[in-house]
Design a protein around this ligand. Structure first.
Ligand SMILES: [Zn+2]
Length: 469
């Protein structure tokens, strides 16, 4: 028996993943962004904020071997051949795990461009996102190709977790397939899972029957399930077992007086419903009842506050110039959604409602995750999302935990990513500042590592400048 276990042990050791990325197989443009990819990397003298909830500690070293963290401590010995990154005066923290991203940009002019853009993953990495769940795409082949290319180092970007949209019998947008019933929903989930999708996004017209079937099938296949529902009530989706509710309670029509489950109202009536919802008291009993139900079912809320910028018809607050410079073209004063009857007034009011209900959920003990839902510059809004959540009342540390550890947990990958601990993947950031004290310091990134390959965020940014359409 001893011999047998020894053999098994050896096989496991041999099979232990050499999965870490190595830049020598990367494309030349991606190689140009890499500052370190040695099999052994020692990050030395860092101020470590590990994402576990422990306070930051000074003077810590972290040793990475083949893309995995193998030791964390003070005064670690530097093995032969190690690449040392001196992190004195900087904070070492986990890479961001963003949960509601898209690989397309909605163009504010003429027809929306929904194709998967190759610069968005690169911008995500430049802004510190090392894992991104998309929350649906219209160019699934493009999204899946971007996932494969970033995994192979042919495109710079985070680890992409690609979601499919599951809508209903009458999809809100023409590009989506009609899903008539539970059997259709299962087939759709199976089809895209086989092709590499790893998450499901329940959308507006998903009926309760479809929501239950798609959630069950997704979970059977190990996929995470996000919901921005309308024809299905949030309570029904929570009971069906969804992992995250998107846009805070803006996806909970249940709380709107007079709402009926079964079909999603036309866009004008939705605007009217948002109006009624945003008039509810975030501290009131309707909201409290819904949050308690979500808490009971272990649903995480993804507030997506940065999305507000893109909805504004006449942006009073536009993103900083550094982000706008990434765009090939920007038409100020033309919000993508103005045609739907939204107004700045209503949109700011509903964004405040989203923020306040999310903070209330956090205070009740509910889990928050973070996603940007694109904003005006997809991929670049992670820091802004964090700043908006802190402005809404979350502490910088809690906002960062939502954007790292909690996202990993909700992707079912909490053992692999989300915190900096021995055995986990070397997805980390070096920050010239203390983002756990001052959230906007997250903008001062000096290094971004995915899978033990360390990139220069400035180079990633410079190369993408002016190229996002
Ligand atoms: Zn979205």
């Amino acid at each position: 028996m001893r011999k047998f276990s020894f053999v098994i042990g050896s096989i496991l050791a041999l099979a232990a993943p050499a999965s870490a990325q190595r830049a020598k197989s990367f494309s030349d443009p991606v190689k140009a962004f890499v500052v370190a990819d040695q099999p052994l990397i020692l990050v030395s003298h860092a101020r470590l904020w590990d994402g576990t909830g422990a306070p930051a500690t000074d003077g810590v070293d972290m040793l990475v071997r083949d893309g995995r963290i193998v030791a964390i401590g003070r005064g670690l010995a530097a093995p032969d051949g190690v690449k040392i990154i001196d992190a004195s005066g900087r904070t070492l923290m986990p890479g961001l795990v963003m949960m509601h991203e898209h690989l397309y940009r909605k163009s504010p002019s003429d027809r929306p461009a929904y194709y998967s853009d190759p610069y968005i993953p690169q911008i995500m990495l430049a802004y510190g996102t090392t894992t991104a769940r998309t929350a649906g795409g219209f160019d699934m082949a493009g999204d899946l190709r971007s996932k494969a290319k970033t995994a192979a180092g042919k495109l710079a970007g985070p680890d992409l977790d690609i979601s499919i949209y599951v809508d209903g019998p009458k999809p809100v947008l023409n590009m989506l397939p009609a899903i008539a019933n539970a059997a259709d929903a299962r087939r759709e989930v199976d089809y895209w899972h086989e092709r590499g999708a790893t998450s499901v996004k329940l959308w507006f017209d998903t009926t309760p029957e479809i929501a239950r079937a798609a959630t069950e099938e997704g979970h059977r296949l190990g996929m995470s399930v996000a919901a921005h529902v309308c024809a299905t009530f949030a309570a029904t989706a929570a009971e069906a077992g969804i992992d995250t509710l998107e846009h805070s309670l803006l996806a909970a029509y249940d709380i709107v007086p007079g709402a009926a489950e079964g079909s999603c109202p036309a866009i004008e009536r939705q605007t009217a419903m948002i109006q009624r919802m945003a008039s509810l008291d975030p501290a009131g009993p309707e909201v409290g009842k819904m949050l308690a139900l979500l808490l009971k079912h272990g649903v995480a809320i993804d507030p997506t506050l940065a999305a507000r910028d893109e909805h504004l018809c006449a942006p009073e607050e536009t993103p900083p110039a550094r982000e706008l410079a990434l765009l090939a073209k920007f038409d100020p004063g033309t919000g993508a959604f103005c045609f739907q009857g939204l107004t700045n007034d209503l949109d700011l009011k509903s964004a405040a409602f989203q923020a306040a209900t999310a903070v209330r959920y956090h205070r009740m003990g509910g889990m928050l995750v973070m996603g940007t839902d694109q904003g005006v510059v997809p991929g670049a809004m992670g820091p802004r999302e964090l700043e908006l959540m802190v402005a809404a009342g979350l502490s910088p540390g809690d906002a960062l935990i939502a954007a790292t550890r909690n996202g990993a947990i909700k992707l079912g990958r909490g053992k692999d990513i989300g915190t900096l601990e021995v055995g986990k993947r070397a997805d980390f950031l070096l920050v010239d500042g203390k983002p756990d004290n001052t959230i906007s310091d997250i903008r001062r990134l000096t290094h971004v590592a995915r899978d033990g390959v360390v990139y220069d965020p400035g180079k990633l940014y410079d190369d993408a400048k002016g190229k996002l359409h």
